[in-house]
Design a protein around this ligand. Sequence first.
Ligand SMILES: Cc1ncc(COP(=O)(O)O)c(C=O)c1O
Length: 462
Amino acid sequence: MIPLTEDKSLYTALNEYSKSGAYPFHMPGHKRALYPGLPYNIDITEINGFDDLHHAEGILKNTQKKMQRLFDSEYSYMLINGSTGGILAAITAVANYGDEIIIARNCHKSVYNACELNALDIHFIYPEQDIYTGIAKSITPDSVKQAAGQYPNSKAIVITSPTYEGVISDIKSISEIAHSFGMVLITDNAHGAHQHFCAFCREGEPIENGSDIVISSLHKTLPSLTQTAAAHFNSTLASRERFEKKLSVFQTSSPSYVLMSSIDCCMDILSNSKELFLRYEDDLLRFSTGAKSLQNLHILCMGNDTPQVHGFFAFDLGKIVICTENTDINGTALSQILRTRYNIETEMSYTNYVIAMTSICDSEKAFGLLLNALTEIDKTLKPKKSEKRFFEIPRPHRSSYKPADLNALPNEPIYENGILVSRQYIYAYPPGIPIIIPGELLDDNIYSYIEHLKSEKLKVES
Ligand SMILES: Cc1ncc(COP(=O)(O)O)c(C=O)c1O
């Protein structure tokens, strides 16, 4: 048996076990090394000495304690089904079947799926669109107050901060409002796992600003394998026992030790990361200064641009959002040029911007490569002053059906006031925020918005 010690990392223990010569009459079926490059050697199951994620008491609890210490949370949990699993668990833990809930319209599809599974009655907060880029602005405390006052029976409020584009909301004020109405605040912090460690985006960090449950994808902005995420619980309003039970419902009963050891390694990196984050900030500030010389392209909240210009509460500079609206190309074309001429693959492209995602693992050289490429491309572009800079996202009208109601009905078209009721979610992907959800009316506005997205070569999925 592998002895458990407080200081032995999961990664070390797994490697020791792999080299111990013990014969694995246990899962998984690959029984060690097969194809080079895949981590078969540390891929085990819950054998003696390796704990159980769903009732962590040993080496996995040690990792979760490390997370608690690093993130200054009351309780932290490893998630191996991404933020998706954590969001499903959080919403299911705080609302009963059929309850009311307030969510920001720009929530990720996992929030909508959780609402549908629990037949929740959704009340939306619509973020304003930035007049320059069309990007969703911060959720304002006033809009939360108004929604909470209008729907006081709602059990919880769910917002995304930072958003995919890096826009941060004022979590402190929002959590105070939520709590004054007796509502739980769940923050989808999928894009903000690094926030706790970054001076440049610490404002609005949800764990220290009163959010009851915070769900963060470690894999998106920190050095950790895909699917790894964290849930942080700091609440007197929500039940921790119920949340833990729901985590077991929405997470596999065979959590991957490869993924969990990558979380453990990520915590070890974070425990000694001050220099890394300072260097990262320097690189981003240098990039921001370089962006001042761009004539046609511009970088959101960098160069001469600031969060205040757009009315954002705060912004995560780690998201390099390259805006094309004043040029003769769109975001998709820019991402193609970066790919084909510069061998740079970006995170996503939209009608009028491209997102390049960064982290502490990017080198000064990498930032230089991107800046040089953009500076060269910028010189080849022509300025364009369009009358309408972005397309307004339509606000769909609701029918009398909730998403969950439609599941029970025969699969035939349903009309209300002569307009087709949507039976499905329709997304522009990424980022996976629905344009329309089941039960909303597919009127002309929605069709023209979808046509517009398709004409800009965006993937529209249902
Ligand atoms: C805002 C937001 N929330 C949640 C998720 C889900 O995160 P994960 O991929 O870790 O399940 C995503 C993924 O893209 C996201 O963008």
